[in-house]
Design a protein around this ligand. Structure first.
Ligand SMILES: [Zn+2]
Ligand SMILES: [Zn+2]
Length: 469
């Protein structure tokens, strides 16, 4: 990780107008200090630790990520009012200002990210983006009259206004409740407060703050957006998928922040689960237009424009791209040729499974195509096909990656064979040969799945772009 060379480029916006927020300084400072009681083992209890984990998920995942960010700020899905209120209550437990101010600050961040007046750009300094900005007032977004302009939708709702006004009191009352419950449970009030409230609060703060600091500094980019946002696996891990922040800046309304198969986004899974049981609807999928601009699948703007043109003219276009430049194929070093062979076999199996998935989507598309649905311009079928194509292409991508892994492992096996001493050389060579063959086969399967997909979805929406590994 290297620090961003552009750091220090941005000055603190309207510095002279900012006043120190002593209340915030005191509360954040006090909670950090008080959380140090966790180092005193007499405050530890197993139930306190379990409570901390549960409340970390409740306040962090349900409250901040799912509710404040994806639901309230971006409306990336819809739900019942009572669900929204319950989730907002969870968000208030994260003690990150009231929902309206949170939403307003975040909307300003998206509007002017890494530029003035982004409330928390690391182009000032890392610490400014991480927590420094919280300790002073934010001009234009501090008082209710100022920030409600950026959260008019929430301002119409008296329940949201209540949570916005009394968020600290609600947080405090809940902490009191935790104490009482701990006492009733077995005289563990202090332990439950130290772990379930203080320690959990400090860890959750920093996890959320890393989204503002780290994912505008370190990581890789899928999209060439006009700010510095990045994707970071470790931020995604501690913040329930929020670390795929470059994807999010590129497509802010999408409920899914993770887009590629390895970009795990458990908040999105939860939204899908809510959709499944009828608690969420109108879940925004990643926009196809945006995905088409992803660095790893597009060749370049000109080629894409040309392909769009051809698609409009009804000529099927098929482009060749380089392999994924943002994700190096990384595999662990195996200890022997036999292990490398086993790993190659496993990766090849995964490649084939993904390729099979891709082929299923292709077959589905062909079925509709044979019925002449595309020519009839049946919108419902077209939508279905568009979706199938995205999923099919994702499966192809997955297959290719696994195939590339298989060939990496086979290279390892070959190296072992080359270095093998007389005694073991025969079996090492055998493993090397075998793993080369299966890696080759996996690659072929992945490529032919890519071709099938390209053929099946020809002329549907944007062109199918294939790459060869
Ligand atoms: Zn951002
Ligand atoms: Zn956002």
């Amino acid at each position: 990780m290297v620090s961003n060379p552009k750091q220090g480029r941005l000055a603190i916006h309207r510095k002279s107008e900012r006043r120190v927020q002593w209340g915030t300084v005191f509360i954040i400072g006090f909670i950090h200090l008080a959380a140090l009681l966790a180092f005193d083992s007499s405050y530890f209890s197993k139930s306190g630790l379990i409570l901390a984990v549960i409340l970390y998920f409740t306040a962090g995942m349900l409250g901040v990520t799912l509710c404040f960010h994806r639901l309230l700020t971006h409306r990336s899905f819809l739900t019942y009012k009572w669900v929204e209120y319950f989730l907002t209550f969870c968000g208030v437990l994260a003690l990150q200002s009231g929902p309206m101010q949170w939403v307003a600050q975040h909307r300003i961040h998206h509007k002017e990210a890494d530029d003035e007046p982004d409330p928390h750009s690391p182009l000032v300094t890392f610490m400014w983006a991480h927590m420094g900005w919280l300790f002073v007032t934010t001009p234009g977004c501090q008082e209710y009259e100022e920030y409600c302009r950026f959260a008019k939708d929430l301002d119409r709702d008296p329940v949201q206004r209540f949570f916005d006004t009394y968020f600290f009191q609600v947080w405090l009352a809940f902490a009191g409740l935790v104490y009482l419950a701990g006492e009733l449970y077995g005289g563990l009030g202090a332990s439950w407060v130290v772990w379930g409230v203080l320690v959990r609060q400090v860890i959750l703060w920093h996890a959320t703050w890393f989204v503002n600091s780290a994912t505008h500094m370190w990581g890789y980019r899928n999209y060439d957006t006009d700010e510095e946002s990045t994707n970071s696996w470790w931020v995604a891990l501690v913040s329930f998928g929020e670390g795929w922040h470059n994807n999010h800046h590129a497509d802010q309304r999408s409920a899914a922040h993770g887009q590629r198969w390895f970009e795990i986004d458990i908040t999105y899974w939860l939204i899908r689960l809510m959709g499944f049981v009828g608690l969420a609807w109108k879940i925004n999928e990643p926009s196809r237009r945006v995905v088409a601009r992803r660095i790893d699948i597009m060749v370049d703007e000109d080629a894409l424009l040309l392909a769009d043109e051809r698609a409009r003219e009804g000529v099927a276009a098929k482009l060749q791209t380089q392999t994924d430049p943002t994700v190096p194929v990384e595999v662990p070093q195996m200890l022997s040729a036999a292990e490398a062979y086993e790993a190659a076999e496993k990766a090849a199996r995964e490649a084939k499974e993904s390729a099979e998935t891709a082929l299923r989507y292709a077959a589905e598309a062909l079925k509709h195509r044979q019925k002449g649905a595309v020519e009839k311009a049946d919108q419902a079928v077209k939508d279905l096909l568009e979706k199938g194509k995205d999923l099919g292409m994702a499966a192809v991508e997955q297959a290719k990656y696994a195939a590339a892994q298989a060939s990496e492992f086979s290279a390892q096996a070959s190296r072992f064979a080359a270095e093998a001493k007389e005694r073991a050389s025969e079996s090492a060579r055998h493993f090397a040969e075998q793993s080369r063959a299966i890696a080759q086969e996996a690659g072929d399967v992945a490529s032919s799945a890519a071709e099938e997909i390209a053929e099946a979805f020809k002329g549907i929406g944007r062109p199918v772009i294939t790459s060869s590994i």
